[in-house]
Design a protein around this ligand. Structure first.
Ligand SMILES: [Zn+2]
Length: 384
């Protein structure tokens, strides 16, 4: 049984050039007994491919390529695959995820040089649910989940510093774009807000701000937490602007960890965020942050109440800055990024992209500056 297939073909001079994907030679289609994935590229490039269970999906990572020009609906024909998604995964790599309608295992995967450049072909054949489960799994490559290439020496210097370290976590990124409404992508907007906030915080004496991602790349939730621990975070701020089915729901709210599931809206938002890790192939059950050991509970008993006080202060400061607030500006939810034990963590829903007024507010530098000023005013008090 082929558990997974890896191809790291290191050929000189590939590193910087963008690999072009040809939509005409790219498809996901049924054969007689098979599902065939064909990717037309303009040159040979490293790739890796594997399947994951729950839900069943094929994951294809290609170095140097961008799938951005592809139309998912146009690629797909037949019944064995139900959906195709793609986006940046980590610096220099893109991911394609194909949802499988039935258990299909990889029987063939190869890249060949052609006149047009290179053709990557993956063939999957029908199998039993047991065979699929046995074959599924991401390649065990510990180097793969490194966060953003943040310099370990810089992280150590931050951890050793006397300064108040704020880890700003722009939600989503890469294969997980978050909400997308009215032409605005949550992942992009939160990166902009995070960068503006970092600039504002870094002008404060005794405060240093760092970002969990600085590009449109996917960073697993657990890796964001690991990063925060490495830099010795004094405060972890996750930034979001999600979408709900109800376009009337509006206004900013500040979340802290709940011991139960929180309210219904919080649960829907939590599910959306964990889906990003599912798409990218991260097994959330393995995330150490979700393991409620006695030691972590003990540490949380200290940082938990601190997080609640900070969240209360943040909500009040946002209100004072004229940020449109939700009817319940303080909420609780079981977000992975709120489960840290060593430092207080809060999640800010800056507004809802599903609401036109919130969208208009967040789209302006003036609107975002109000949020940033509220956070700055709170951090300055904490840093004293
Ligand atoms: Zn979000």
């Amino acid at each position: 049984m082929i558990r997974w297939l890896l191809s790291f073909l290191f050929i000189g001079n590939l590193a910087t050039a963008q690999v072009t994907v040809d939509p005409e030679r790219t498809s996901v289609s049924d054969g007689w007994w098979t599902l065939e994935v064909a990717i037309g590229l303009d040159r040979i490039t490293p790739y890796r491919v594997f399947t994951l269970d729950d839900p069943r999906r094929l994951v294809l990572d290609v170095e140097g390529a961008s799938f951005a020009g592809l139309d998912a609906a146009a690629l797909l024909s037949g019944d064995r695959a139900t959906d195709v998604r793609f986006g940046p995964l980590r610096p220099g790599w893109s991911r394609m995820v194909v949802d499988l309608a039935e258990p299909l295992v990889i029987t063939e995967a190869g890249m060949v040089r052609t006149d047009a450049g290179a053709d990557l072909t993956i063939v999957l054949e029908r199998a039993s649910a047991e065979e699929f489960a046995a074959a599924a799994g991401a390649p065990p490559d510990p180097g793969w989940d490194v966060v953003t290439g943040f310099d370990p020496d810089a992280a150590a210097a931050l951890a050793a510093s006397e300064d108040f370290i704020v880890v700003i976590d722009p939600g989503h990124g890469g294969i997980d774009p978050g909400a997308y409404q009215g032409g605005i992508k949550e992942a992009d907007l939160m990166l902009i807000l995070a960068a503006e906030l970092a600039v504002m915080l870094n002008t404060q004496e005794g405060v240093q701000a760092v970002l969990t991602r600085e590009n449109d790349v996917f960073v697993p939730l657990s890796a964001r937490m690991t990063f925060a621990r490495q830099v010795g975070a004094d405060l972890f701020l996750s930034l979001h602007a999600d979408a709900l089915g109800d376009a009337d729901v509006r206004g900013a709210s500040v979340y802290t960890l709940s011991s139960d599931g929180g309210d219904a809206a919080a649960q829907r938002i939590v599910e959306r965020h964990e889906r990003g890790d599912l798409l990218a192939g991260v097994d959330l059950n393995d995330a150490e942050d979700r393991v409620a050991t006695t030691l972590m509970d003990l540490a949380r008993a200290r940082t938990g109440p601190e997080g609640v006080r900070i969240a209360d202060a943040l909500a009040a400061a946002m209100q004072a800055q004229g940020v449109p607030m939700n009817s319940r500006p303080r909420r609780e939810g079981q977000f992975v990024v709120l489960t840290a034990a060593g430092f207080p963590s809060v999640l800010i829903e800056a507004g809802f992209l599903s609401n036109a007024q919130d969208r208009a507010f967040l789209a302006t530098p003036e609107g975002r500056a109000r949020i940033a000023r509220a956070i700055r005013d709170t951090v300055v008090l904490l840093a004293r």
